[in-house]
Design a protein around this ligand. Structure first.
Ligand code: SF4
Length: 414
């Protein structure tokens, strides 16, 4: 009888327990505040002005984080059509459509995970268009539906070198949010509290960067798939002490792995870079496939997008403007290419996977010749996988599997 092939296991982190508790506490605190009215709640886009909101005493909820949960639990695919039915196209952001579908159907993954009935009702909705226009449309829907104010920042996009006038503009836009936020919170803006949130966010970011750069070690102590899970606090807890404490713990564990030569993928043979959004509903399957092929996805643009070590509490508005404008997603093609080339210098990967996410052109960088240019310049192969972050109807698992196998064979031969 043929020996049954063992599935490669993802090596769990000891800090995983702390992570689970941190994420659970985040949602319990929001749920309690929404029910009791003890604290005001701001919804914020994932790279929106969270530090200002924290510094003004708001609890902050991130709908994109909820979108990722809808994707990871595979609830998204069946909820998207409900948003389509009210006029939101299947071609636009599937975080938006699955989240609105979830709201319309009164179904949320928070119920199974934390026994929480619904997402916390906002007192104010705050966006930054630095990542895309969809976030503004998304929040505007909730604003109409729940009769809640929506305010935001409009960022310059497709930027090469950043100009002073752009930073001044964004810094002023952040500052200009204060009167509207004071009206909602009923509290006066306190500069010291704001600076404290900026300082904590910076520390969180520095630690998050150190964690991600730990993957430069050979073998790498963790993979992109691990990082997509452990990035939760970098999104929802930046600007808090809990976020700082968590990444100190995780970093220590990663260093421990490096010191004892423990790799995330046993017998690591190939190192890869992931460009684009995760395919949330297929993280485990992809992680197992790469591990079985001895390939470790060591770095990604996506996880790097929550590094904001430009924050400076002495210049909170300006430094926030810099951090939220220097982001990869805001930049032009030459900047993005150079960024990935710098990552190649650090992480020494053998190939790049581009994920062409059907509903997120903003985070799909394969569409204007970048894979070909990088392949030529770096002398490494690239592969494009067609899929989506949340809408699994856009993803052919069989085809992706075959393409990944062929790609690794190509690496074997080179
Ligand atoms: S960047 Fe992409 S995934 Fe994120 S909110 Fe915008 S369209 Fe959606």
């Amino acid at each position: 009888m043929a020996e049954e092939k063992k599935r490669p296991l993802r090596k769990e982190f000891k800090s995983g327990k702390v992570l689970k508790k941190l994420m659970a506490d985040h949602f319990y605190e929001l749920d309690e505040a929404a029910k009791s009215g003890s604290k005001k709640i701001a919804w914020c886009t994932s790279v929106g002005p969270a530090e200002l909101l924290r510094g003004m005493g708001f609890l902050v909820y991130y709908p994109e984080n909820h979108g990722a949960m809808l994707g990871a639990t595979r609830m998204a695919t069946e909820l998207i059509p409900y948003a389509n039915a009210i006029g939101y196209s299947p071609d636009i952001c599937s975080y938006l459509t699955s989240d609105i579908g979830s709201f319309l159907q009164k179904r949320t993954p928070l119920t199974k995970a934390y026994n929480i009935e619904s997402v916390p009702k906002p007192d104010v909705l705050v966006f930054n268009t630095n990542q895309c226009r969809d976030v503004q449309d998304w929040f505007s829907w909730y604003s109409r539906e729940l009769n809640v104010p929506v305010i935001g920042i409009h960022t310059h996009r497709d930027i090469g070198p950043i100009r002073e006038y752009q930073i001044k503009d964004i810094a002023k836009q952040i500052e200009d949010l204060i009167p509207a936020l004071e009206k909602v919170s009923g509290e006066k803006f306190d500069m010291d509290r704001f600076k404290e949130a900026v300082a904590l966010s910076r520390r969180t970011s520095e630690l998050w960067r150190a964690c991600l750069e730990a993957a430069a070690a050979v073998p790498s102590p963790w993979t992109f798939f691990d990082a997509t899970i452990h990035m939760g606090p970098a999104v929802v807890a930046r600007g808090t002490q809990e976020g700082v404490d968590y990444y100190e713990l995780l970093l220590a564990e990663l260093k421990e792995r490096i010191d004892s030569g423990v790799g995330a993928v046993d017998g690591e043979k190939f190192r890869l870079y992931w460009e684009g959004m995760p395919i949330w509903g297929k993280l485990r399957a992809l992680s197992e496939q790469f591990a079985s092929l001895k390939a470790c996805v060591v770095a990604s643009t996506y996880c790097n997008s929550w590094i904001f070590d430009q924050f400076d509490p002495e210049e909170p508005f300006e430094s926030m403007a810099v951090a939220y404008t220097e982001l990869f997603i805001v930049r032009d093609e030459p900047f993005k290419e150079q960024y990935i080339r710098d990552c190649h210098d650090l992480f020494r990967f053998d190939g790049i996977i581009f994920h062409d996410a059907k509903t997120c052109p903003n985070n799909s960088n394969n569409r204007y010749g970048m894979p070909e240019r990088l392949s030529r310049n770096l002398g490494i192969p690239v592969l494009t996988i067609n899929g989506d972050l949340n809408d699994l109807r856009c993803y052919s698992e069989e085809q992706a599997k075959t393409n990944i196998e062929a790609f690794i064979e190509q690496l074997e031969e080179s």
